[in-house]
Every structure is written in structure tokens, then in C-alpha cells.
Design a protein around this ligand. Structure first.
Ligand code: FES
Ligand SMILES: [Fe+2]
Length: 362
């Protein structure tokens, strides 16, 4: 289906996406091909695939993308991400993780290397023009950033440029020393469209109205948003005793009191850097009315986690869910069409809507 969404590039003149964007089943389904399959996704922690010849099935955005993949580490320590769909008749090759030198399909015995290359097929000696290039398993590009693994669904999308952008501000943190903390990681279920969850994340405008405790920790007046190509950054400055980053000399924010960097990566990933480490949020569509948000915590400096920080994160999350679910209900009204943006406070939402319109119209 072709679309013709228009978000004026000048925020002063722009209107938001229409309420129907979040209501329509066809749009929800088309977002999968036109947006999600054109981007990169978080594929987990590199330590989950650290043995040589280890093989691990991967379901990115389960219940939505349904793109079967396998992560492997070969005998020369190279990581690969390949399709989990056999090129013979489409069987799923690997159901459980384990250690193996090859990938062997259990249906008719086709064999592939851990890099996805076709190796052997029984009873095919008379087949002509076989194997074809497409009889190898499809390979997906992979990027490692410290312990974080990312898989590219579309090679055209330059994900390394996004990481490089984030490194300008957080590159001084020793990301290789960040450790996954399963106890502080958690999934939240939200009864709202996934893009509404992102809209809300992308502005600090609501902080004084919705998050009274967080508002006390941040200096709302100097809260800023910077826009980059496929990502943006909100900087939370602190004006009191809240833990802030110790910047090295020459850092772009040297001398300032920064409590958090909130990076959002199109369309559904958030990287919240704090002086103690990183909280990743992955926004996972389940249906047009339901979203799972996975909070994945990486701790670097345990001593900087204030006792109350975890509790505050949880409280802020529930306050956000309440407003996001309310907006989802409000948008079902027959009397709402579009809104306008605050040029001062809603640059991030404007950026997101422009990207959504651009990808959907392609
Ligand atoms: S489907 Fe895999 S060998 Fe036939
Ligand atoms: Fe919020």
C-alpha cells in the first residue's frame, strides 16, 4: 500500500501524524516491512554466544517480525548471523541452542557451515545448476559494541554511523566493562501502540506534569534535544546533588552537570546512559493496541547506583505507561485529527514523525 503522510520539515508549521496512524491495522502491518525490516535491532549480549562452534536461535521482536535467525560463533571466533530457514523447502534448521560444527537441517539433511555457506545435500547429484548462490543461508550484518550485539535487517541503514554519533558523548565510558544485570532488567506490558510509547519518550515536556520526583532530580529549564540522522539525544542536566558524569577534559559537556544521556535510535531503541551504566529500552510491538517494553540494564559502577534509582526508574515507567495508555484511548475519538508541536520542547517527536512519514511513503 502506498502512503502520503506529510510532516512539515519546519516544526513551527508542522502537524503531528494523524490519530488514524495509530488506529489502522493496515498501517500497523505495513510498519513491519516499511520500517522495522529496514533498520537494525538489538540482538542481545555477546556473552550469550561466547563458545567456539556455539549456535543459538534468535527471534528478533518475537510475535511481530517472525524472522527466524541463528547466531553462531565459528571455530576461528568469528560471529555470524544467518537465516534459520533451510534453503531446500524452508524448514527451521535450529530449534535449540548448542555446540555444533555445522548447521544440519533435520528434514532432509542439508548441511551448512556456521557462516551459512552451503556444504552438502543428499540425493542431489543429478540436480542441474546446483547449488545456486541463493542456496547459501542469507547472512545478516552484525555489529558489536562492547557487550551489545546488533543485527542489520537492511544493509542500507548505516548503524555504525549511529554508534559513532553516540560515542561522541559516551565514548569515554568503558563500555567493554559494562555487565548485564538480569535482576535490574524487566519487561513492561503497555496497552498502547508502540509508536505512542516512543512519542512520549521523545519529549521531556511532560516531565513537570507527569513525573514529580524525576522533575526534582533534573533541571527542566536546561533539558535539551539534539537531532541527528536516524537518532536523537536528550540531555538531562542536574542542578543539585544528583550523581553526574565525571567528564574527561575535552569532552563536549566538560564542566556541565549531566545526569543522563537519553539516546533514541529509529524506530524503537533507547539507550539511556547514567553515571552507573546503561539502561536499554527495546519497544516491541505485539499488536496495534499492545506493546512490550524490555528494560535491559548494564551496570558499570555499582557504587553510583543510588538506593532509590531503581525504584525511581520503575515509578517513572508506570507514570509514562499511564499517560501513554490514556493517549491511546484518546486517539480513538472521532473528533481528534492531528496536533501541533511545541517548537521548543517537542523536537524529538517531530523528528520521529518525519522519519515515520518518510519510511512509510517510500
Ligand atoms: S527442508 Fe531442509 S533439507 Fe529439506
Ligand atoms: Fe516520561
Amino acid at each position: 500500500m502506498s502512503y502520503n503522510f506529510f510532516i512539515h520539515p519546519e516544526i513551527e508549521k508542522a502537524e503531528t501524524l494523524p490519530g488514524s496512524f495509530y488506529q489502522n491495522d493496515q498501517i500497523f502491518n505495513d510498519l513491519k516491512d516499511k520500517v522495522f525490516l529496514k533498520t537494525w535491532q538489538f540482538a542481545g549480549d555477546v556473552n550469550e554466544i561466547k563458545l567456539q562452534n556455539q549456535v543459538k536461535p534468535l527471534a528478533l521482536l518475537d510475535h511481530y517480525l517472525n524472522e527466524p535467525m541463528i547466531l553462531t560463533r565459528d571455530s576461528s571466533d568469528q560471529l555470524h548471523c544467518v537465516s534459520n530457514v533451510c534453503t531446500h523447502r524452508g524448514n527451521i534448521i535450529v530449534n535449540d541452542g548448542g555446540v555444533s560444527k555445522n548447521l544440519t537441517c533435520k528434514y532432509h539433511g542439508r548441511k551448512f557451515g556456521l557462516d551459512g555457506s552451503f556444504k552438502f545435500m543428499p540425493e542431489f547429484s543429478e540436480a542441474e545448476g546446483f547449488p545456486r548462490p541463493c542456496d547459501h543461508l542469507h547472512k545478516f550484518p552484525l555489529i558489536e559494541w562492547g557487550p551489545l550485539l546488533f543485527v542489520g535487517l537492511d544493509k542500507e541503514f548505516d548503524f555504525q554511523a549511529i554508534i559513532n554519533k553516540m560515542k561522541e558523548r559516551v565514548g569515554f565510558l568503558p563500555i567493554d566493562e559494562f555487565v548485564l544485570d538480569p535482576v535490574r532488567s524487566k519487561d513492561y506490558l503497555v496497552n498502547a501502540h508502540w509508536a505512542l510509547y516512543c512519542d512520549n519518550y521523545l519529549e521531556g515536556f511532560h516531565i513537570p506534569y507527569v513525573h514529580s520526583d524525576l522533575n526534582q532530580a533534573l533541571d527542566y529549564g536546561s533539558y535539551t534535544t539534539e537531532i541527528y540522522e536516524h537518532c536523537n539525544l536528550q540531555i538531562g542536566y542536574s542542578d543539585d546533588a544528583v550523581e553526574t558524569f565525571d567528564f574527561p577534559e575535552g569532552h563536549p559537556d566538560f564542566g556541565k552537570y549531566v545526569a543522563a544521556y537519553y539516546y533514541w535510535v529509529f524506530p524503537n531503541m533507547m539507550f539511556n546512559f547514567y553515571p552507573w551504566g546503561l539502561s536499554i529500552n527495546i519497544v516491541k510491538p505485539l499488536s496495534k493496541n499492545r506493546t512490550k517494553v524490555s528494560f535491559i540494564s548494564y551496570v558499570w559502577d555499582e557504587s553510583k547506583i543510588e538506593e532509590s534509582a531503581g525504584a525511581l526508574l520503575d515509578k517513572v515507567e508506570r507514570e509514562d505507561e499511564f499517560v501513554v495508555e490514556n493517549v491511546h484511548k484518546g486517539l480513538q475519538s472521532g473528533f481528534y485529527s492531528t496536533g501541533r508541536f511545541s517548537p521548543k520542547r517537542e523536537k524529538g517527536v517531530h523528528h520521529f514523525h518525519q522519519l515515520l512519514a518518510h519510511f512509510m511513503n517510500k
